[in-house]
Design a binder for this molecule. Structure first.
Ligand SMILES: Cc1ncc(COP(=O)(O)O)c(C=O)c1O
Length: 427
């Protein structure tokens, strides 16, 4: 599939926000790594939750019963998206950070001084700080997995010398929100498991761009955020059922003791769970309409999982097409350095999140000037404090981050490149 055959107009028509302009200038959303726009299906499901069944769970009347239906359907949808064994393994929460801080407290109960936790220099702080905090509380030791600042990847065997029979947890990012690198989580989780350690995967930045199969990955926890994959502001935690069963939850006594639900504190955001269901249904719809869920590689999966995964593969291929156009255009501009993978043969190892620096231009000033042209990008460290520090950019304003998604067009890539070129050459 190429950008020429991709049904971009049909795809864009699902997203009302894409039609908006300000003072006659179209909005160009390249801020997707920090949050995406939502399709109509998400709005319909959210409205349904707030109008037709706005009630808490556990009663006998119409709204509570219907609310429960949506709540269950939301868990089942996420279980299918992640290919979990069952919906019992899914917990919803405020966001990935809150869920991670929350479950880390339960994991900490099993740690003692001398135990070891591996964190990486490539991760977002949401998959570092919680583990630093529990290490502080328990006396566990932190070990850092570093990446190669030339390849923007972990060397294949980099984790080996860090693993020992005292390793209790390995915290890994599936894809970096700074460099865009996709990591070989499956291989690293297998190594962690061989030493008896748990693996906690931050899939926030990967989930909008590719299919996730937690059973195939062999990890123990995986967290993501629906607002990054075209849903509402919310977080999702998946945990392997037997691991969740073992953990002692910080919860109020009358709340559920079910493996996933016991990590959902208080009344959930039913409207956000319904909206997340809508986002998963959007993927299903794309999978059924444009992709090939019957392809052999999806055959072992449940039908809905096959549709969702086929959709994510299909959308991801288009994203990489326009990202190639973006990186090629950036490389042609004077003074631009891409802080991530640029080798076309390694594009399957990156998501479309592209961070750059421009010689002589502060990232904040560029983001500000682009905003004046209604082009939305982020600058700074974007909470990827460790990678930005490792790249020597922490005291230089970090990076300018451009994040296309599957609803962006080649014309938008060109509009951005022209604008950046003007800003660089007109200074
Ligand atoms: C890779 C990564 N991990 C974690 C987070 C934090 O997610 P949340 O806002 O759901 O807490 C983000 C948000 O930008 C992210 O990009």
């Amino acid at each position: 599939m190429t950008a020429n055959t991709y049904p971009i107009d049909a795809i864009r028509s699902h997203f009302p926000a894409l039609a908006l302009s300000d003072n006659g200038v179209d909005r160009l959303y390249f801020d997707n790594p920090a949050g995406t726009q939502v399709p109509e299906r998400v709005l319909e499901r959210t409205r349904e939750a707030m109008v037709e069944c706005n009630a808490n769970l556990g009663g006998f009347f119409t709204t509570t019963l219907k609310s429960e239906e949506l709540y269950v359907a939301g868990h089942e949808a996420m279980a299918d998206m992640l290919n979990a064994s069952s919906a019992r393994e899914v917990a919803f929460g405020a966001n990935m950070t809150t869920l991670t801080l929350h479950v880390s407290r339960s994991i900490a109960r099993d740690l003692k001084p001398g135990d070891e936790i591996i964190v990486t220099r490539m991760d977002h702080d949401a998959n570092i700080a919680p583990w630093l905090l529990i290490a502080e509380d328990t006396g566990a030791t932190i070990k850092w997995l570093d990446f190669d600042t030339g390849t923007y990847q972990f060397a294949d065997d980099a984790i080996d010398p860090l693993l020992s029979d005292r390793t209790r947890l390995v915290a890994l990012g599936y894809a970096s929100n700074c460099t865009g690198t996709i990591n070989d989580v499956k291989a690293m989780a297998a190594k962690a498991r061989a030493t008896g350690a748990l693996t906690y995967v931050d899939a926030v930045q990967y989930a909008p761009h590719g299919p996730i199969d937690v059973q195939d990955l062999g990890c123990d926890f995986l967290a993501c955020s629906p607002y990054k994959f075209f849903g509402p502001h919310q977080g999702v935690l998946w945990g392997r059922e037997e691991v969740l069963e073992r953990l002692h939850p910080y919860k109020v006594r009358p709340a559920s003791d079910d493996p996933g639900e016991k990590f959902e504190t208080g009344t959930p955001s039913f409207e956000a769970i319904a909206g997340t269901l809508g986002a998963v249904e959007y993927f299903e719809e794309i999978g059924a309409a444009y992709a090939d869920p019957g392809a052999t590689k999806y055959a072992p999966l449940r039908d809905r999982t096959a549709r969702i995964h086929a959709a994510l593969d299909y959308l991801g291929a288009y994203e990489l097409d326009i990202t190639r156009r973006l990186t090629a255009g950036l490389q042609a501009l004077p003074g631009v350095t891409i802080r991530g993978i640029t080798n076309a043969n390694l594009f399957h190892m990156r998501v479309p999140t592209v961070s750059i620096t421009v010689e002589g231009h502060h990232p904040k000033r560029l983001a500000e000037a682009l905003a004046k042209r209604n082009i939305f990008v982020w600058d700074g460290h974007n909470y990827a404090v460790e990678p930005v520090r490792r790249l020597g950019l922490l005291d230089k304003g970090g990076v300018l981050r451009i994040g296309p998604a599957h609803y962006n067009t080649s014309d938008e890539i060109d509009r951005f490149l022209t604008a950046l070129d003007e800003l660089i050459t007109q200074r």
